[in-house]
Write a protein that binds this ligand. Structure first.
Ligand code: PMP
Length: 356
């Protein structure tokens, strides 16, 4: 450990991202990326921004990314004062941790959820209580309605389980906690959930966070956003402008606008992933897997007779990477991203061989 490290750095337990392999030709089903490329309009917009000589890159981008805020506001039926944009939803969430959580009571989130949340708690000095999921890995809204808290954070659909909480349950949690902020991380909502964004018109304590990494096929461009009451957005802007007042580069802004405006392509790609998911769920069930109901672009499954860690390693040897978490209660599960139909067929064929 370096003698130059601060106490803050020493005390952190950083997030370990899913593997981004350097070897070509692997079937990559480990970090929930979209199997299809982004809308062709994204490529056109980025090419147009670059021009022949890339001269626009000399100039700083719009620090407020107004064009993108307008596109998001129009898509979701809100005003631009209710929209915040950042460099991936991880960054949006980081700003929300700094700007919106109270420090005199713990943040509540499920004990099995996106593993970045406890990392941010460490980084920003936020206490938290991890609320156990039910035996079927669902979230009980009542658990979030009776405890004093400094904020609530729910991924919906949850990750890595893929389970969805109905909108009425989200509303119940938001209504029961008028004095603290409820953050709803909807990274996967476009694959079968209903967004809570319309509720932001009635509740000033709700912030809904989205990403373009999943349903818009733009994980590599790093764009996320949040929608909520203008007071919440203003707090986020204060933090952003004290940290990195140019979070989005020029190419990310134009690419994201183009992706958001191509509604037909977006719907078509989400529908294709949902259809592939349903088919994959059926095939895994035939192979003897227990599969949790998923409203996301991944599935969470265990095989009653086989060790999940060993299966993940055996798949890797066959050129297929899936995610295995060495964590209590879920170490017998594999989280498998829904890939293209061809990738899913290769996965099922490999599993069939390994389980024979
Ligand atoms: N929230 C959840 C639940 C996620 O799984 C992810 C992706 N790992 C993110 C947020 C972050 O997505 P991004 O930073 O790519 O927008």
């Amino acid at each position: 450990m370096s003698r130059f490290w601060s106490q803050v750095a020493r005390d952190l337990t950083p997030y370990v991202p899913g593997e981004q392999p350097k070897i070509a030709n692997l079937i990559k089903l480990n970090t929930n990326e979209h199997p299809f490329p982004p809308s062709p309009r994204v490529v056109e917009a980025i090419r147009a921004e670059l021009g022949d000589d890339g001269a626009s890159l000399r100039l700083y981008p719009d620090p407020n990314a107004d064009l993108l805020k307008q596109a998001i506001a129009a898509r979701h039926g809100v005003t631009t004062r209710e929209v915040f944009v950042g460099n991936g939803s991880d960054e949006v969430l980081a700003h929300a941790f700094q700007a919106l959580l109270k420090h005199d009571a713990p943040l509540l989130f499920p004990d099995i959820t996106y593993s970045f949340y406890p990392v941010y708690c460490g980084l920003y000095g936020v206490d938290h209580v991890a609320v156990p999921l039910a035996a079927d890995f669902s979230i009980d809204p009542a658990d979030y309605c009776r405890v004093a808290n400094g904020g609530i954070l729910i991924a919906n659909p949850n990750a890595p389980t893929g389970r969805l909480l109905p909108l009425a349950a989200i509303e119940r949690i938001v209504a029961a906690n008028p004095d603290s902020v409820v953050l709803v991380d909807e990274a996967y909502v476009d694959f079968g959930g209903t967004s809570a964004i319309p509720l932001t018109q009635r509740y000033d304590n709700l912030l809904v966070v989205h990403t373009l990494s999943k349903s818009r096929s733009l994980a590599g461009l790093r764009v996320g956003f949040a929608v909520g009451h203008p007071d919440l957005i203003e707090a986020l802007e204060r933090v952003k402008n004290s940290f990195n007042s140019y979070p989005l580069d020029r190419l990310a802004i134009v690419g994201a606008v183009a992706a958001i405006e191509d509604e037909a392509y977006f719907r078509q790609c989400c529908a294709a992933v949902i259809a592939s998911r349903e088919s994959l769920v059926g095939q895994l069930a035939e192979l003897g897997f227990d599969v949790l109901p998923s409203a996301a672009n991944f599935i969470f499954a265990r095989h009653p007779q086989r060790d999940a860690g060993e299966l993940a390693q055996a798949l890797r040897a066959e050129g297929i990477i899936v995610r295995h978490f060495r964590l209590p209660r879920i170490d017998q599960f594999l989280r498998i991203t829904v890939g293209s139909d061809e990738q899913c067929s290769s996965l099922v064929a490999a599993l069939r061989r390994l389980l024979a």
